[in-house]
Design a protein around this ligand. Structure first.
Ligand code: TRP
Length: 328
């Protein structure tokens, strides 16, 4: 709870590349409805970005667009706090202190750490190992109880819970125990049917223009068993990328019609893709219009203002932690 008795929400997005539809459905879309009844903190996890993307230009290019996207998707900076993780260096100090109750073994066993080691064996840096401690600090510093994230982040939130419990038990009962708010949305695959990833080149970017969207969707994987246009399809089990899009974008009635048409072979993949493309264009047009309406100076002012509010929330927690550990 914050001072006004509202439950606290924290979530962050790494600035590793352009945001795509998977980020939208997996995370961003779920942020703005929370503002109504929660005190929300949404940030660009720029420290975390450096664990795998050490190029300074990557960070310089990618941070502001994420903030603009937050605003364009309805996050209200007067209500919610939107900031860069690194403009709240209090989280770095909390990471150092919280790390004292974290065992090396549990960090090494973390599934996401092991994955990153496998993906990039030449850069197993310390930041990667302590990634979950930094993420726990992001959450615990605001005493958040709700963390809206995609399913891939659940192990990290579990670790944050464990660290909070442990600290509260060993020192003082300071931290709230956070919980994930899992998104209902199914995971959106990329256009090639595999996981949509910023670096896999298989996604629809939130800023793609209508022509690009239509081209990309046209290239999307459908049901490979449908060789002729009238072959019956199995949208639920076999459609690689287009049915999952419809599933997120259509009304129940539209979905039923698409299922029936596909199964009966009366709706061709070409037509189905055209419908999907128009849905995506219609979804993104108003977001893009808002996005391009912001001037960078305005967004930077928002960040300065919000960073102050983030500090007001973070400092008392850090102060208490320092005291509890004997650093008063
Ligand atoms: N690890 C998250 C991701 O890769 C980003 C993140 C960092 C985050 N700190 C967080 C998410 C705190 C929620 C809460 O997507």
């Amino acid at each position: 709870m914050n001072d006004e008795g509202l439950p606290v929400v924290v979530s962050g997005i790494r600035a590793t590349g352009k945001l795509h539809l998977g980020n939208y459905f997996g995370a961003i879309r779920n942020f703005f409805p929370l503002q109504e009844k929660h005190q929300c903190f949404f940030f660009v996890a720029d420290y975390h970005t450096l664990t795998t993307h050490p190029d300074p230009d990557v960070l310089r290019q990618n941070r502001l667009p994420i903030v603009k996207t937050f605003l364009a998707t309805g996050i209200d900076p007067n209500r919610s706090v939107v900031y860069y993780q690194s403009s709240l260096p209090e989280v770095a100090e909390l990471t150092l202190l919280l790390g004292m109750v974290v065992q090396l073994g549990e960090l090494e066993r973390c599934t996401t750490f092991k994955e990153k080691v496998r993906e990039n064996p030449d850069n197993v840096n310390h930041g990667l190992l302590t990634y979950p401690v930094l993420m726990a600090s992001d959450i615990l510093i605001h005493r958040a109880t709700i963390v809206p994230v995609g399913s891939d982040q659940i192990p990290h939130v579990e670790m944050a819970r464990a660290f909070a419990h442990r600290f509260n038990h060993l020192y003082e009962n300071i931290f709230a125990i956070p919980k994930t708010l899992e998104n209902e949305a199914v995971r959106l695959p990329g256009l090639d049917g595999s996981k949509m990833g910023k670096s896999h080149n298989n996604g629809i970017d939130l800023l793609d223009d209508a022509t690009t969207i239509r081209e990309k969707v046209k290239s999307g994987l459908t049901d490979t068993n449908r060789i002729h246009r009238n072959d019956p399809g199995d949208p639920l089990n076999n459609c690689g990328s287009i049915y999952p899009l419809h599933n997120l974008l259509c009304t129940d009635q539209e979905i039923i019609a698409i299922m029936q048409g596909c199964k009966a072979g009366t709706l061709s993949c070409v037509e189905c893709k055209q419908m999907a493309a128009e849905k995506v264009v219609a979804l993104l047009a108003p977001i893009q219009e808002k996005y391009y309406s912001y001037n960078d100076d305005y967004v930077r002012d928002v960040l300065v203002e919000c960073a102050k509010r983030a500090k007001v929330s973070a400092r008392p927690t850090l102060h208490q932690v320092r005291q509890a550990m004997g650093l008063d």
